[in-house]
Structures are given as structure tokens and as C-alpha cells.
Design a protein around this ligand. Sequence first.
Ligand code: GLY
Length: 386
Amino acid sequence: MTAIEVHTGPDAQATGNAVDAALRTIDANITKFADRYPADTTQDDRYPLRQGNVGWTTSFWPGMLWLAHELTGDDRYRDEARSHVRSFVERIDRRIDLGTHDLGFLYTLSCVVPWERHGDERARDTALAAADHLLTRFLEPAGIIQAWGDLDDPRQRGRTIIDSLMNTPLLFWATDVSGESRYAAAARRHADQLRERILRPDDTTFHTFYWHPTTGAPLRGETEQGSADDSCWARGQAWGIYGFALNFRYTGEPSFLQAAQRCADYFLAHLPADHVAYWDLVFGDGSGEERDSSAAAIAVNGLLELARGLQAGPAAQQYRAAAGRILRSLVDNYSTAGDPDSDALLRHGVYDKPKGVGVDEGNLWGDYFYLEALTRTARPGWTSPW
Ligand code: GLY
């Protein structure tokens, strides 16, 4: 047995050290980025500066600042995080790069958190405006939220993606805060459709799936960032674990928990010896392919959310133990451990291997979900913002 297999997760000392190291990197990044945004991925261990608040990943930077505040209670992190609300207000008001389902990723961390945890009414109103904008992407009669592009773009029309399961929490939240059922109703129909079509009978997932824009008939699956249409893109499977588990949390619908469990069982059965997935689950040790540490970080949170949904019993224990093994490997083998020569918290992620983007680099979502996993571990009972 290797050292990694002996331990079920980082112990309190190792978790504390990993948190301290992450906070050192965040402190350095506050000096470098302040209220601006790092790029999606590092280049040679450094995040270039992004030009403006565009793209799907900017909220992960204030998201990490909020986590740093929750971990330390240090108001400096809260103030830094709150300084980003203005930019997200402007993004909605000026309609900057809003043609995406990713509004959930963007506005949950940047605006729902400051409302829920600090009563910021401007942030609440902005998150509600983002939910309204997301609803404009809901397509009848398919009952799905279109992922990318203009609604009349023939290449993107009727297409949605597994990652969108992380965006429905914004809609469930909008119903909670507004009392209007239309947000949750759309989220529920969308998640139902993904459970039926994007999750395949063998428990793998398509990255993307098309519905006919006028009849609503299910058409076909297709990949964008995976190895092949019928392969299993590792990050997509991890989004499936976490996304279905979150949709269960909001609806109590048991089939979402079962879907999360099916995604988890396949993911765990296709991990290499060090427990950190290659970028597509068709690859294993000896393939010469890169790992995707961000898929591992997302999966840790998904497994812990799945275990929370299952509450008790041997299956919940097994998912918690598996999450611990993956997190332990990330801490020991993939974290930058506060290395001043890196801006990232995690090394060895893959953004889009087929297009050669962000391959074997750090990335913002990997860093965010790694810190979320450490927060869940360091603060038992803490509830994620999704
Ligand atoms: N949500 C986009 C990605 O995972 O690459």
C-alpha cells in the first residue's frame, strides 16, 4: 500500500498547513490582481491579467476571497471580495458577455454570497437580474437552458452541457428570494432533461447534448473538450457528481441523488493510482496524457455533497473516504503549497486539450474548488454557496 492509500484524507495538521499555504498565495494575488481578474489559466505557473470582467471564470477570484474570509474571519478578505460586486453590477447593466449559461457560476459567488452572508441588497438585485437573464435562454419545448451562443446560432441552438447543472442553483435561489416559482420550475425541467439524456445508460456522461429547437426532440450527444463524442470527459463527469447532488439538495428529488451516485461510481472506478483523474476517463496510467487536477477538486466537493445527501450509512462513508483520498493526493502531489513562484493553488489542470488551451496549467476553477474542498474539511458543517 502506498502512503496515499493508508490515509482517508488530510488530517487536521495537513489541512491546516494546506489552508495556510493557499492563503499565502491568495495574499500575493490580492497584491497582484486586487479588483481586477486573473486569466482562466496560468502560463508557466503565472496568471496573466485578464482584460475586463469577461468569460465564465471571473467569479472564482472573489469566490476564493469569500472562502478566505470564512476560513480566517479576517475582514480584509471580506472587503476585497465585496469590492468585486461593482464590476458584476456593471457587467449585467451594460450587458457585457452575458450570452452564456455560466451566469450561475458568475453570479452565485460574486453576488449571492454577499447578499446571503452580508445582506448586500445591490448584490441581491444583481443576482436576480442575472437569473432573469439566464431564464431568457430557456427553450420551449425542449425544456433546457441553451449553453452557449446566440439563441438563433444554428451551431449552438438547442444545445446544453453537463456543466450547466452548476448554474441551476442560481435559479433555485431566485425562487427562494423572490417567491416566484418560474425560476425553480425552469431549473427543475432542465435538470430532468440532463438526467434523462446527458447521463448515459453506462453511467458515463456526454459533455454536450442537442435537442431539436422547434420539436424539442432529443437529438445527439457531442463533445467539445473531451477526447471523443463517446468518451467520458473527466471534468464533465465531476460536474455531474456535484451538479446532480446540488439539484437534489434544492429539490429533494431522489433520482438526482441516484444520478450523482452513478456519476461518482464511474468516476471512482476509473481513477489512476494517485486518485487524480486524467483529463478524459478513457486514459489511465501509462497513457502519457495529462491529468486534470481541477476535475479532481470538483469531484471532492461533489462526493462530499453526495455523502451529505445520503446522510448516513456505508455508501456515504465510502464517498467521504474517496473524497478524502483525492484531496490528500491534491494536497501532497498537486498543490503549489504556497510556492512564491506560482500564482495558482493547484498545478496540472487541463482546460481544453483538443484545442490545446490551458494544458498542464493551473486554472481558476481548480483553485476555487480546491479551496472549497479544504474549507469543507476544515469547517465541518459549513455549507457551500451553490
Ligand atoms: N465549464 C467549462 C469547463 O469546465 O471547462
